[in-house]
Design a protein around this ligand. Structure first.
Ligand code: 2HA
Ligand code: ZN
Length: 275
């Protein structure tokens, strides 16, 4: 079948468009990658041709050797993905060592995969392992309110987790493991990729201070939903802090323990500290 007719490609395009409509992708901001299932790549095989030489990824992801990914292009705008997908996204294949990639479809006017490919692939490797192969989507967006909070809250996992949990009752159920924080680092390289993937062993989401948010999930709905929930909670926190920096009331540690019991989630005590 044609690549653009495949359901996983349609889902990817819709997610990119949804993210743009949320205001998270100014200019070429953000990137999205999907680890394609065996049967999905098989279904579009007739439309794939080797369109580039092997190129270095910039890091080694041995456990992802021979995997296929659908990725946004470096410098491409999320705004244009839905209008001209073939110019703005690509299917890539990794080599036997997990050190190089080549393009098999897309980026038809030229270009290369997202500048954050090392971060995306190192996160895919970690999350694939941690989830027993279930996680397939890595998403990076410039979520306005999360970014704003990185200027006023201490850059600590436990502070961001607790403050975001308190802002919406669904949060501890949606991200019970919490959320990690990477201090400001130069984007695009191996160093930020290593720091992020280290946090992703423990969490499904990591904040990049003064930059944005990284989320991992099993499918497009769960991963977009995670990004959306965290950013919504951050928006409420920005509003609450703007009205009054001191909360009059909130969800308490014991409230969280009650919630954990009834919703059958485990909420680590490290986040339920006394304030
Ligand atoms: O421009 O978001 O982090 C793409 C990015 C880099
Ligand atoms: Zn970015």
């Amino acid at each position: 079948m044609r690549v653009l007719d495949a359901e996983f490609v349609q889902g990817f395009i819709r997610m990119a468009d949804d993210g743009f409509l949320q205001g998270w992708h100014e200019r070429n901001g953000g990137n999205l990658t999907y680890r394609i299932k065996k049967e999905e790549i098989e279904s579009v095989k007739e439309s794939l041709v080797t369109k580039s030489e092997w190129q270095p990824i910039g890091t080694k992801v041995a456990k992802l050797a021979k995997e296929y990914f659908l990725v946004t292009g470096s410098g491409k705008y999320f705004r244009n993905v839905n209008l001209k997908p073939e110019e703005n996204i690509a299917i890539i294949e990794l080599d036997d060592e997990g050190e190089n990639y080549r393009i098999l479809w897309g980026l038809c006017e030229g270009g290369r995969p997202t500048s954050e490919l090392p971060s995306h692939l190192m996160n895919h490797e970690v999350k694939m392992e941690a989830s027993g192969g279930k996680h397939r989507v890595i998403y990076h967006a410039h979520t306005t309110n999360v970014i704003a909070l990185t200027f006023v809250l201490p850059l600590e996992d436990r502070v961001f987790t607790r403050e975001l949990w308190e802002m919406a009752t669904e949060c501890p159920v949606v991200f019970p493991d919490g959320i990690g924080v990477v201090p400001w680092m130069v984007p695009g390289g191996r160093e930020i990729a290593v720091a992020t993937s280290e946090l992703m062993k423990k969490y499904d989401a990591a904040i990049w201070a003064h930059h944005g948010l990284f989320c991992s999930g099993e499918d497009f709905d769960l991963t977009f939903g995670l990004m959306h929930t965290i950013e919504k909670s951050a928006e409420i926190l920005v509003k609450a802090l703007s009205m009054n920096p001191n909360k009059l009331q909130t969800i308490t540690p014991d409230n969280f323990r009650d919630l954990a019991r009834d919703f059958k989630v485990t909420l680590p005590e490290e986040f339920l500290y006394a304030k």
